[in-house]
Design a protein around this ligand. Structure first.
Ligand SMILES: [Zn+2]
Length: 202
């Protein structure tokens, strides 16, 4: 897939969504109970106890993120509280633990490593490898359709820039920021909204 330089947020959520859709239902209730038992019904990152309430309780978090083809299966899923799940995003779990909980990181990393030892997981090189031939074809079609939609959206953005923006301002932005000027950066974004595309570029 070519590198997307415009609408990174839109592309991130669509791609992540379609990958999570493919993995949906991969974890049974019994498997989730096994995972919860290994972590003593606590968040694998901060250690907070499960409330047992859907709105505030532990959720299944991918160790290898869905966007990197990690699946929601035993060996790649840990219980996480909503705060840790939101905060971590797709940051490497070891780095997240060291950054967010420096004093408790070592034993928690060991605990997760023991879990990985008990339930070894190998991510598929191709996210569509578990699909039937017909499902694979449909998956590829959806991705192709998505690429076409993105192309149309980019054209629309370029069109708006030339017709609605002061040409001198547009020219100046292009001169000072060159290729790095993107639609997402032109939009006002609240500082408390997670922007995984920004982290990915660092
Ligand atoms: Zn937590």
């Amino acid at each position: 897939m070519p590198r997307i330089k415009q609408f990174p947020r839109l592309n991130y959520y669509f791609t992540r969504g379609i990958q999570e859709l493919l993995a949906e239902g991969a974890l049974t209730q019994g498997e989730w109970s096994t995972i919860l038992a290994h972590f003593e019904h606590r968040c694998a990152f901060c250690g907070v106890a499960d409330t047992g309430i859907p709105r505030t309780g532990l959720v299944a978090d991918h160790l290898i993120p869905a966007i990197e083809h990690g699946e929601l299966v035993v060996g790649n899923t840990v219980p996480a509280c909503h705060d840790c799940n939101d905060l971590r995003g797709k940051i490497d779990w070891r780095i997240f633990l060291q950054d967010a909980f420096p004093h408790d990181a070592a034993p928690r990393i060991k605990h997760i490593e023991a879990y990985l030892g008990a339930f070894p997981y190998q991510r598929p090189s191709d996210p569509a490898s578990r699909l039937t031939l017909a499902e694979r074809t449909e998956y590829q079609r959806i991705l192709q359709d998505w690429e076409l939609l993105l192309t149309r959206a980019r054209k629309l953005r370029r069109c708006n820039q030339t017709t609605q923006t002061n040409p001198r301002l547009t020219s100046s932005l292009r001169t000072t920021r060159g290729q790095r000027f993107t639609a997402a950066r032109a939009l006002p974004v609240s500082s408390n909204v997670e922007r995984p595309w920004s982290r990915a570029r660092r």
